[in-house]
Ligand binder design. Structure first.
Ligand SMILES: [Fe+2]
Length: 255
């Protein structure tokens, strides 16, 4: 364990190539998707009125590019995000604008309803982010690495979550019903026609995913990333068991 303190990842000039190289996914785009670890796992639905929390976050949510997406973190804003160069090189190689807007985002740990959701998911040390993807914004295909987690220290240092990806999990909770033009692709699957409160997750180190909003309507979403506890694991086990039994009712929480 101590030896790994001096271990650093080598991303070269490509986030995509590095993260792909450590993914366990098959990358066979002709294979039909199945829910669960091959794409995404539907977890539960939170029944709540999100209107007030959304209204509080909206004015704070700042239009972000790949390079500026963690600017709510003062240290990262000052130093620059350690992954940004490799990410921008991927964009430039593909002929994309490295400064293109990917979403609006703000930290949302202080919103009581969102903390309640995080607690229900059993997350420890959770980071709670409010996203709003608006018409024309897109988040290019990527595999997660949780660059803003404090454990990373804004560096390529190998951390516990890299050695044991199951120790950390990210959940996405949609805060409004799906609208035409809103795309959320994970592996070969398209997560679509969601309802407000729907919560999904995916295997962060394995699954390529992308989002875009080609529609006229806002796409508010909550992103919660934290350490997995027994409570989280219980919910995950229940979700995967549900998937194996077609027709099982979705797990619901009234908040
Ligand atoms: Fe992601």
């Amino acid at each position: 364990m101590d030896a790994s303190k001096n271990e650093y990842e080598d991303w070269g000039d490509s986030r995509w190539e590095f993260t792909k190289s450590r993914s366990m996914w098959h990358f066979d785009t002709k294979k039909p998707p199945s829910l669960g670890i091959d794409s995404y796992t539907p977890v539960c639905r939170f029944r709540a009125d999100f209107a007030e929390s959304i209204a509080t976050c909206m004015p704070c949510a700042r239009a972000s590019s790949w390079g500026t997406r963690n600017h709510f973190n003062k240290e990262i804003a000052q130093q620059g995000l350690y992954t940004a160069t490799a990410e921008e090189q991927d964009l430039i190689r593909a002929g994309a604008d490295p400064n293109a807007e990917v979403f609006h985002r703000t930290a949302a740990e202080d919103i009581a309803l969102f903390r309640k959701i995080s607690d229900t998911l059993g997350m420890d040390d959770s980071m709670i982010k409010f996203h709003n993807q608006t018409c024309g914004q897109m988040l290019h295909t990527h595999i997660d690495n949780f660059a803003a987690r404090p454990e990373r220290e804004n560096s390529f240092k190998v951390t516990e979550m890299d050695r044991d990806p199951s120790s950390m999990r990210r959940f996405a909770i949609m805060l409004a019903d799906w609208q035409l033009g809103q795309i959320f692709q994970i592996g070969n699957a398209n997560f679509t026609q969601w309802r407000a409160g729907d919560c999904i997750t995916w295997e962060w180190m394995d699954m390529p995913h992308s989002t875009a909003n080609m529609g006229w309507w806002d796409r508010p979403m909550l992103q919660i990333t934290g350490k997995v506890t027994e409570k989280t694991q219980w919910l995950m086990d229940a979700s995967l068991l549900n998937l194996s039994k077609p027709g099982s009712p979705m797990i619901e929480f009234n908040l």
